[in-house]
Design a protein around this ligand. Structure first.
Ligand code: GLA
Length: 361
C-alpha cells in the first residue's frame, strides 16, 4: 500500500453515509448485513501546512468547532466526545509527518442513524493515504473507530468503502466479505427523520455497548466457545433454545438476533426474485423486533413507522443503531409520488451509491 503521509498538494477523501436495508444489530454478533451506500457524502480536504500541527476544521464551524493538535501530541490525545474524535481515530493510524489542515464538509445528516461518523472516519483515512485493499482498510477503520468508545461491528466502515451504484451489498464478517446485489429497478428507498438525535458518542453509545455485552453473555449462556459470538452458538436448535433462556433479557436479545439474521437471508432471496411485498414484510418484522425484543426504538420512531405504513409503505423500520435517528420506508417507483404526498413532512429518497474515493485537487 502506498501511503501519502505528507501531501504536497491538496487531496480530498470522500465517503458516503449508508442505509441498512435489513440486518440491524447483527454485525457484532458475526451475522451478515444488507446495507447500501447512499448519495450523501462526507468530504475531508487535506491541505499541507507549514506548522507541525493537525488542524481539524469544519465548513460549519458554529456547530463543529475546530481543534489544532500538535503532531507530537496526536498519539496521546484522549477522546473528548467531540466530532474531532472521529478524525483523530483515523489520523492516529495515518499519522502525518508534516503539518496538515483537514477541512470537513458533509451532506450526511448527523446523529441520524445514517453513519455520518464512519463516513468521517473513512474519508479521513482517504484524505491521509491511499485506499489500497478495501477489505483490509474497512477492517482497519473498524478497529480505529473503537477510539471513540463504541464497540461497533464493522458494517458502516465496510459499506462506506464497498458501496456499489445501484446495488446493496451483502457484507459478511470474520473474514470480511462483500457481495453486491442489484436493487430492483422499481424499488424506492425513502429515509424519514424522527428528529430525535442519536449521537454515536452520546447516550446512544451506552445503550449500544450494553447490547453488545448482553449478546456476548447470551452467546455464553447458549454454549458458544469462550469469547464467542451468537453466530458461534452451535446447534440447529439454537433459536429454540434462545427462546427459553432463563434470563428474560438475554432471551429477548438472542431471540431477536437469530430472527434478524434469518431475515437477512430471506431479504436477499426476496430481492433476487424481485418480491418487494415479501421484502417489505421483513422490514416490518425487523422493526417489531427492534422495538419489542431489542428495546432500541422510541415513541417517535414507532410513530414514524406507523405513519409510513398508513401512507402505504411496503415496509418500514428504524435504521442504524436506533435510540432515535431515522426510519426507512420502501415503496415503488409507480407509487412513490402518492406515498410521499400522503406522508407529508420531509423525506429523503435515497439512491444506492458508490463507495469512498480519494481525489487529488
Ligand atoms: C451502528 C454500528 C454498526 C451496527 C449498527 C446496528 O451503526 O456502527 O456496526 O451495529 O449500529 O446495526
Amino acid at each position: 500500500m502506498v501511503l501519502n503521509p505528507h501531501p504536497l498538494r491538496a487531496v480530498i477523501g470522500r465517503a458516503p453515509g449508508r442505509v441498512n436495508l435489513i440486518g440491524e444489530h447483527v454485525d457484532y454478533n458475526g451475522f451478515a448485513v444488507l446495507p447500501m451506500a447512499i448519495d450523501r457524502r462526507t468530504e475531508v480536504r487535506a491541505t499541507p501546512l507549514a506548522a507541525p500541527v493537525l488542524r481539524v476544521c469544519n465548513a460549519d464551524p458554529g456547530r463543529f468547532p475546530a481543534e489544532e493538535i500538535p503532531l507530537a501530541a496526536l498519539a496521546t490525545r484522549p477522546p473528548r466526545r467531540t466530532w474531532v474524535d472521529y478524525v483523530v481515530a483515523a489520523a492516529r493510524c495515518r499519522p502525518p509527518v508534516r503539518g496538515v489542515e483537514l477541512l470537513v464538509s458533509s451532506t450526511v445528516p448527523v446523529a441520524a442513524g445514517l453513519s455520518s461518523s464512519s463516513a468521517l472516519v473513512v474519508a479521513t483515512f482517504l484524505a491521509l493515504g491511499e485506499a489500497g485493499d478495501r477489505l483490509a482498510l474497512a477492517e482497519e477503520a473498524r478497529l480505529a473507530e473503537r477510539y471513540v468508545g463504541t464497540l461497533s461491528g464493522g458494517m458502516d466502515q465496510a459499506i462506506a468503502l464497498l458501496g456499489r451504484p445501484g446495488h446493496c451489498v451483502r457484507i459478511e464478517f470474520r473474514p470480511l466479505r462483500a457481495r453486491p446485489i442489484a436493487m430492483p429497478e422499481e424499488l424506492v428507498v425513502v429515509v424519514l427523520d424522527s428528529g430525535v438525535p442519536a449521537p454515536k458518542g452520546g447516550a446512544a453509545q451506552d445503550g449500544y455497548n450494553a447490547r453488545v455485552r448482553e449478546c456476548l453473555a447470551a452467546a455464553q449462556a447458549l454454549g458458544a466457545p469462550a469469547g464467542g459470538l451468537l453466530a458461534d452458538v452451535p446447534g440447529a436448535d439454537r433459536r429454540a433454545r434462545a427462546g427459553v433462556l432463563a434470563d428474560p433479557l438475554l432471551r429477548r436479545r438472542a431471540s431477536f438476533v437469530f430472527d434478524e439474521a434469518a431475515r437477512v437471508d430471506e431479504a436477499e432471496a426476496a430481492l433476487r426474485r424481485g418480491d418487494l411485498a415479501a421484502l417489505g414484510a421483513l422490514l416490518d418484522r425487523s422493526h417489531a423486533g427492534l422495538r419489542d425484543l431489542y428495546d432500541v426504538s422510541c415513541p417517535e420512531l414507532d410513530a414514524l413507522v406507523a405513519r409510513a405504513k398508513a401512507a402505504g409503505a411496503l415496509g418500514a423500520r428504524l435504521v442504524g443503531a436506533g435510540f432515535g435517528g431515522c426510519a426507512i420506508a420502501l415503496t415503488t417507483r409507480q407509487a412513490a409520488d402518492g406515498f410521499l404526498a400522503r406522508l407529508g413532512g420531509p423525506a429523503l429518497v435515497c439512491v444506492a451509491a458508490g463507495g469512498a474515493e480519494r481525489v487529488p485537487v
